[in-house]
Write a protein that binds this ligand. Structure first.
Ligand code: GLN
Length: 483
């Protein structure tokens, strides 16, 4: 196995034993990017010089006897996460050339931990999409099949890890943007509880739904990433005070007596048969490990997608009003304020524009009660569904996505088809729990399938351990694309 194919945990051991250096790892990752990223297009920009500088600093810390979960390990971050002095564009032309004057909380945490940030990964513009095709810069390919999408919107972060161009990465998950790409690229992707990770310095999409998440090739890798970036931050008023557990230590692999709920409403006629078979088989594996499988109801499931797309677009229309050409990014100068604003906002891509219009409409007086107000009521009922379910079970298991990775271009002309990708992921964001996707098989085209495990608020340890037990009993996570 080549150095870049190894897992984060494996290279961390090599670093600790002095069998490799952070500089050697970083050089290997940078050459891998050089070799394959012109095909994959996972990174919108790499920061090789900064990365090598960070690697040298990490090697000095290791030489001085320090060790840490990410010390010296090359990682990628989504192009929505601010890095001091490094162009951060949210996949949008409206932020082209924007160099934030400060680090996001998570960037700060990665740097303190001595991780090496190799670059910014591609994203759908402002995180709005399920395939990474709505980036204004490039379309990312799935390392398992370059004619297919990696999922989105954190598709660049997933393709970077899956394509062996980073050992771990950060994404954001507003409606599934970490879990879907993880499932399409055979990775573990965790979306922690709302408020678990500070969003200070992360470009906002829909503030009541946005949360940062982590990718890894294995459960332990994802747990290591999450452990470093989680924690309280007074600069994000939604950030939780609850102390951060040692996620890696919670991976015992013992799930005897764990109650797993399987919602009837998530297995409907017409769903992809290969996805259903893989997910059902994974439940058998967990039952053999001693978990109890219970059928449960999430009665509001059919309303989740409509509720999500009303709330997300409404919040986006408010958040994106700040891009007026005055404070951030390039200005489309005109003869007066109106023309300047119009020329600047013409830089938004068409998906973003249509969402701003949809959200503005849903919030407008006269339609507020019928759309945004109704969506808030539906959200409350979805939250109650989850609360009731978690009175009976510890974990909810579903497919992550109804399908495997689709062909580039297949869904770009049909927004509804694109939105349907998120049917199993958005409910979690509307409620307040945590969720992850773990590899659970391949379809007949050799494309990865993901199992979604959802937990109650702050139950990251429970879902990580359930995923770990399953992972240790199977070998899906050991498969790498032939790229
Ligand atoms: N695909 C969903 C959307 O377009 C989710 C995106 C995300 O989680 N950032 O809104």
């Amino acid at each position: 196995m080549s150095l870049t194919e190894k897992t984060l945990t494996q290279v961390r051991d090599l670093l600790r034993n002095g069998e490799t250096s952070s500089v050697a790892l970083t050089e290997a990752i940078l050459s891998r990017i050089e070799a394959v990223d012109s095909d994959v297009k996972a990174y919108v920009r790499t920061t090789a010089d900064l990365a090598l500088e960070q690697a040298r600093a990490a090697d000095a810390r290791i030489a001085a006897g320090e060790s840490g979960p990410l010390l010296g390990v090359p990682v990628g971050i989504k192009d929505l996460i601010c890095s001091d002095g490094v162009e951060t564009t949210a996949g949008s032309k409206i932020l082209e050339g924007f160099k934030p004057p400060y680090n996001a909380f998570v960037t700060e945490k990665l740097k303190e931990a001595g991780a090496v940030i190799v670059g910014m990964t591609n994203t759908d513009e402002f995180g709005m999409g399920s395939s990474t095709e709505y980036s204004a810069y490039q379309t990312t390919s799935n390392p398992w099949d370059l004619t297919r999408v990696p999922g989105g919107s954190s598709g660049g972060s997933a393709a970077a890890v899956s394509g062996n161009m980073a050992y771990g990465s950060l994404g954001t998950d507003t409606g599934g943007s970490v879990r879907t790409p993880a499932s399409f690229c055979n990775l573990v992707g965790i979306r922690p509880t709302y408020g678990r990770v500070s969003r200070w310095g992360v470009i906002a999409y829909a503030s009541s739904l946005d949360q940062i998440g982590a990718f890894g090739k294995t459960v332990q890798d994802a747990a290591a990433m999450l452990g470093v970036v989680a924690g309280h931050d007074p600069r994000d008023s939604t950030s939780l005070q609850h102390p951060v557990p040692d996620y890696e230590a919670s991976l015992t692999g013992d799930i005897k007596g764990l109650k797993i709920g399987v919602p009837k409403q998530y297995f409907v006629d017409g769903m992809n048969a290969e996805v259903e078979a893989a997910v059902r088989a994974s439940l058998d594996v967990m039952a053999n490990l001693g978990a109890e499988i219970h059928e449960i109801d999430l009665n509001m499931a059919e309303y989740a997608l409509a509720t999500y797309y009303l709330i997300a677009t409404s919040e986006a229309s408010s958040n994106l009003a700040r891009y007026d050409g005055v404070r951030y990014g390039p200005r489309g100068t005109g003869k007066d304020v109106t023309e300047t604003t119009m020329r600047t906002r013409a830089k938004f891509g068409s998906e973003v524009k249509s969402r701003i219009m949809l959200g503005t409409f849903a919030l407008s007086s006269g339609y507020y009660d019928a759309y945004y107000g109704k969506a808030l009521k539906a959200r409350t009922l979805i939250i109650r569904d989850f609360e009731k379910a978690f009175e009976k079970v510890d974990v909810i298991a579903t497919p992550t996505s109804p399908n495997t990775a689709f062909k580039i271009g297949d869904n770009t002309t049909d927004p509804l088809a694109m939105y349907l990708t998120d049917i199993y992921t958005v409910s979690l964001n509307l409620s307040a729990g945590c969720g992850l996707s773990v590899p659970c098989g391949f379809d007949s085209n050799n494309l990865p399938i993901g199992l979604q495990l959802m937990g109650n608020t702050l139950q990251e340890e429970t879902i990580l351990n359930a995923a770990y037990a399953y992972e240790q009993a199977t070998d899906w996570h050991t498969k790498r694309p032939s790229l």
